[in-house]
Structure formats: structure tokens, C-alpha cells
Design a protein around this ligand. Sequence first.
Ligand SMILES: *Cc1c(COP(=O)(O)O)cnc(C)c1O
Length: 375
Amino acid sequence: MIKFLDLQKINAQYGEELKKVAAEVIDSGWYLLGERVNTFEKELAAYTDAPHAIACANGLDALRLILRAYIETGYMQEGDEIIVPANTYIASILAITDNRLVPVLTEPDEFTYNLDISQIEENITPRTKAIMVVHLYGQVCWSDELESLSQKHHLKIIEDNAQALGAEWRGIKTGNLGDASGFSFYPGKNLGALGDAGAITVKDPELATVIRALANYGSRQKYVHEWAGLNSRMDELQAAFLSVKLKFLDRENEIRRQVAKFYCEEIKHPGVILPTQKHPDLFTGAKALTHVWHLFVVCCQYRDALQKHLTESGVQTLIHYPVAPHRQKAYPNYSFKSLPITEALQHEVLSLPVSPVITTEEMKKITTSINSYIK
Ligand SMILES: *Cc1c(COP(=O)(O)O)cnc(C)c1O
């Protein structure tokens, strides 16, 4: 069976170094709020070029903390609206509703799967305070039009950057495009920890201070609590692992790009629609890193049958995501909403294996299996 993502093989590449730093942390006797988290924050800030980076416990918390900080600083209040793509992973939406803010579910572009910028303006009301863009599947969601919309309506732009670390728009890294950005280092992400971890980057130093405090019980100074915060810290072990793996991220993203290029060139099936790139020079490397291929998602009207065929040929595939957030039991109040593109996508998308350790032989087996499929 070709695994969707072979985490064991991915981390084995750096096994020696990961074990070495783990031993150092164990022996140090210092497990939280220490040097290693400090160092990783500096490395992440340097990598993205964002002025402030704050480590936290996971990607959901990263987004929750950003919104919470906007509330604590008086920029947002309960009931304010956040524009968000309807076809995102539920975490983006949970971060909004957890803060008693209102997600305004907006349709994606059916070809890039990213938020359709042209649909934003009609969803803006006097209560709209921000646009949460999600760089879905690893592709940057950004444009001049988005920037002018945010300026015209005085909206913050928050990036959900869980899937696109390393991607760039005109030389600016994701995480440094918007006002604030949330990262996830869930093991399966392009930069994956060996457990849960997340981070936030922000431009505004005041907001950075509040977020950092909120993630640590609302405290800047031990036993002094200025805000009713939460406990959302990254531990030293995960920070040490992430510092090791960050060094190889660009190399791994480059391999992902080669895998995507191979699929785009080799998959030739009338029923399989390849992912569309907003920026046609996606595969050319250094200057046009607008996609880091966290996922390679194709569309197929008979998706379930194709997936079954691939499973029988020994290829593991996944669906991102089989049920859109507004169709989940968790959100009964949104079930009435009609979002035809989002709803069509949930039945048609299929993610093929893409990883920095996939072999050419495996890729050939996957494309052959797809091309030979007869409905
Ligand atoms: C993974 C992911 C998150 C949440 O990250 P966790 O670390 O699992 O909490 C948020 N948004 C998107 C788009 C994701 O893919």
C-alpha cells in the first residue's frame, strides 16, 4: 500500500538529530517557556520575515488567540463578523465561534479552491471586522484586490497559514502578508512537530504582547494576571524538533513541487480535473513559490468510485474535506445556508499522496492507476 503520508519515513530522515535534541531537552530539566521555544520563535520570525512570532500549543489555539487579542484590545466585540471561506477545515470556523464572533461563510473559487475574492464585498456589513484567508492545500490566497478591499472597508486580514508555510506572494512569505497569521505544526503539516504545536505571527507589537500573555494565563509577569487567559504553550521538546526540521522545509517543499509537477504532466484522464493554479509559474521554483502543495487535490464527479479503484490498486487517498463545516452537526444554525460550490466540492475532491519521501516508482504507480481507470 502506498501510504497517503509516511510520517515515519519523513522523520527518519532526521532521526539522529531529533533524538539528539530530545535527549538534550530531557537532560536539561527545563520543559516549558525556555530557550528552545525562544529560539524557534526567532527562527520562525526570521523565516517569514514577520516582526513578531509567538509559539503556542496548536493551530486552532493560534487562530483563537489572535481573535481573542482583537477582542481584548477593543478592536472586536461579541457578534462581530469575520469573512471566512466555507470550504476550510473546521478549525478556522471554530476559532471564530469560540470567541462568540460570527463566521460569514463565503464561497471558494471552484478551480483554485481558495476564497473567491470577488464574493467578499457583498458579504461585508457594518459589523464585519476581518477577513480570514486560508491558504488552502498550500496555495497562497492573496491579491491586490483583497488588499484594497481591506483598506476600503477597514478590515483586518488574518491568515490561516496552517497549510502553506514557505509559500510566497511576490516575494512575501505567508505569515507576513496579513495583520496576523496562525500556524499549525500538527505532524502531518509541511512543517510537522512530533505532537501538537502552533504559532502566531503579527505585525503590531501591542497585539503581540497581548497574544503572548493570553497564551500564558493572561500573564506577563508570574502571578500577575492582566487578562483571563488560557494555557496554550508550545513545549521545549516540540520547539527543539521544529528547529531541526525548519532547516529542511524549503528542500521538502521543493520536492513537493516536483511531485505536483509530475502529477500535472502525467495525469491524463477526462474525468479527473487537476488543481488550478492562480499563478501559472508555480513550478519554476525560487521566485514563484505561491504553492507548497501541502495537498494535491483533484476533482472528479465520480470521486467515490475513483477512490475505491485507487484503494484496490494499493494507493491510499484522503478527502479534504468530506463534510463542509456548515453541514456538520456542530453547526445546526448554518445548515440552512446554501453554498453550492462548497457543497459540490465536498463530493468531488480527492487528495493524492504528496510528500517529501514519495518515490518516482510510487508516483508512476499512482498516475498509471488513475489513467487506466474506466468508469
Ligand atoms: C490543521 C489546520 C488547522 C488547525 O491546526 P491544529 O494544529 O490541528 O489545531 C487550522 N486550519 C487549517 C486550515 C488546518 O489545516
